[in-house]
Design a protein around this ligand. Structure first.
Ligand SMILES: N[C@@H](CCC(=O)N[C@@H](CS)C(=O)NCC(=O)O)C(=O)O
Length: 235
């Protein structure tokens, strides 16, 4: 059985920083599965043309190719049904889908608005022109203008995490007493910021930190020990 996961790499090829790839790294660990990781820079993403689309993560398992982290998580759940469930009951799957969409459509752009200049600083030189052009088009302003007031905008960001914070004040994980895919779908975005930026998204005494710390330490501290980009604002 061979699993291969195509991922996104920073300037330091060992730094995996895509939030969607981190969701799958956590899902693989949850199911006690190992994969061969293939790091790609933005300018190498044509390597995954065989998947019929242009984004990572892409999972290859025997003759099957699966793209999109949600589809990959579901593929792992069905294919490796004997190992720890990522979702459990069908109602949990349905609710996890909501959490996943919230993370990708609300949380991700908010985090990007705080760290996008750090991403630019920490990706390979050959990726920078593409990254600047595509992200400035997406945001409608320069990268520098996006993060210019982040010391102020981070307070609004923290306030917007109230549903996450309030939930985690009364239970250890979004999924209840143990972590599952809903947790990983949010945590992946915190890993993105952690591995590509030194900017602190949370106040030290925020109760979300405890949840994040527990997941950093899960699976023998796999996430905590993952290589990070140490450079902030490197030209
Ligand atoms: N919905 C997709 C999103 C994947 C995605 O946006 N991946 C980014 C990396 S974080 C990517 O490959 N971007 C390529 C690009 O911007 O050219 C998923 O859940 O896997």
């Amino acid at each position: 059985m061979t699993l291969t996961l195509y991922e996104l790499a920073a300037k330091n090829i060992q730094v995996s920083f895509s939030p969607y790839c981190w969701k799958i790294r956590m899902a693989l660990a949850h199911k006690n599965l190992t994969a061969d990781f293939v790091p790609l820079r933005f300018n190498e993403l044509d390597t995954i043309n065989f998947s019929g689309q242009s984004k990572v993560p892409v999972l290859v398992h025997n003759e099957n190719t699966v793209s999109d982290s949600w589809a990959i998580a579901n593929y792992l759940e069905h294919t490796f049904s004997d190992s720890a469930p990522l979702f459990g009951a069908s109602s949990t799957l349905a609710l996890s889908k909501f959490v996943n969409h919230w993370a990708d459509t609300i949380l991700a752009p908010a985090i990007a608005g705080l760290v996008v200049t750090d991403i630019y600083a920490n990706i390979a030189q050959c990726d920078r022109e593409y990254f600047r052009e595509s992200r400035e088009k997406r945001f409608g302003k320069t990268l520098e203008a996006i993060t210019q007031h982040r010391d102020v905008t981070v307070h609004e960001f923290r306030k917007s995490l109230a549903p996450l914070r309030t939930t985690l004040q009364s239970q250890p994980f979004l999924s209840g007493n143990a972590p599952a895919y809903a947790d990983y779908s949010v945590f992946g975005h915190f890993m993105w910021a952690r591995n590509i930026s030194g900017f602190e998204l949370l106040d030290k005494d925020d109760s979300i930190c405890q949840w994040r710390d527990t997941l950093l330490d899960a699976f023998e501290a796999m996430a905590r020990n993952a290589p990070r980009s140490p450079i902030i604002g490197e030209s």
